[in-house]
Design a protein around this ligand. Structure first.
Ligand code: PLP
Length: 333
């Protein structure tokens, strides 16, 4: 079976670099949603704890439960719980949802500062505080998300300006409603690395910790993927390989089939053009459970930097990584 190797040194290298940027380990909230970007929720939670990370961000209540023992603080982005927790904080994504949280739930309010996806509008802040109080929820933080922190345009700047205003208003409202001091955060990986003097309460860091932040070569990819050979054959010039016979041998060649296909997370749109790190060329259409390469080794390194696959598949490393199925064996070295 194809398998994944997770490199602990690279992960810790990335966390060293990230903590320089946040100025403290305690301000890193490691984003572990979607099976830790395909790396493995348990594996990454365990290594994060070993490094001394105390905060994590996940999508679901179920994920939060699985990693509860590894962290002091967990933020759930996308679900409303059935009961309150002492450790887990839940995101309020809309005014209408506020009445659906159980009493005494620890919550953080997401504010739409320009992405126009989730979150309450700046004009709805007061109403949000009113409803939170009425519902008996415990508001601990206010946060936002950038729509284009990875693009060097003005958007990042005006969204920061918008959030700065939101912070002032939220602080005033917290005073008025007699709440304790709120936690504020807006940075994801790209945003954190654009800050010259990071001064928020925490940063929600995903892709940078996995070492695949575009334009940063100091961060090292944590995940690499290997596949094992199923069979080999000699192709005569002009014979074809795979579904639809999309690859035609230009000369006599040796082709082997390896046990990693689109069903396992190999993006099919990279078919017939992807070149593996050690030079093996992928030929023919990628199948569900396997794919062919001009190679004959018993095992090949399929990728060690998801950004390279992403380029070939015309997508982003996030999709390459989160496509990796959870049943693939993961080993930490
Ligand atoms: C996924 C996510 C992040 C992490 O983004 P990266 O670009 O991977 O650092 C941060 N905040 C929110 C709200 C997210 O959904």
């Amino acid at each position: 079976m194809a398998y994944i190797i997770l490199n602990r040194d690279n992960f810790f290298n990335n966390l060293d670099i990230i903590s320089k940027q946040t100025k403290s380990k305690d301000k890193i909230a490691i984003v572990l949603k979607d099976n830790a970007y395909g790396h493995g929720l348990f594996e990454m939670a365990e290594m994060s704890k070993e490094y001394g990370i105390k905060k994590a961000v996940v999508r679901s209540c179920d994920d939060a439960k699985k990693i509860e023992d590894f962290f002091d603080y967990i933020l759930v982005l996308g679900e409303i719980p059935s009961s309150a927790s002492k450790k887990v904080r839940y995101t309020i994504n809309s005014l209408e949802s506020i009445g659906n949280f159980p009493k005494r739930t620890l919550v953080e309010l997401k504010v739409d500062s320009g992405m126009h996806r989730n979150g309450v509008l700046e004009s709805e802040l007061r109403e949000a505080f009113v409803r939170i109080k009425k519902a008996g929820l415990i508001l601990e933080g206010v946060f936002t998300h950038h729509r284009a922190a990875d693009e060097l345009t003005s958007e990042w700047f005006w969204q920061n300006e918008n959030f700065k205003r939101v912070k002032e208003e939220a602080k005033a409202l917290a005073d008025e409603f007699g709440l304790s001091e709120l936690r504020f955060h807006s940075a994801n990986s790209a945003s954190l690395f654009r800050c010259e003097n990071f001064d928020e309460d925490m940063a929600r860091v995903g892709i940078a910790s996995y070492g695949c932040l575009e334009g940063n070569d100091e961060l090292k990819p944590v995940l690499s993927l290997y596949a094992k050979k199923i069979s080999t054959r000699e192709l005569k010039k002009s014979q074809r390989v795979g579904y639809g016979g999309k690859f035609i041998a230009e000369k006599d060649s040796i082709v082997s089939n390896y046990d990693f296909g689109y069903g396992d997370g190999f993006l099919r749109c990279a078919s017939n053009r992807y070149i593996a790190p050690n030079g093996e060329r992928q030929v023919g259409t990628i199948s569900m459970d396997n794919s062919s390469f001009i190679a004959q080794a018993g095992e090949i390194l399929i990728f060690k930097d998801a950004r390279v696959v992403a380029k070939q598949a015309d997508t982003i490393s996030y999709e390459v990584l989160t496509s990796l199925k959870s049943y693939i064996k993961r080993e930490i070295v």
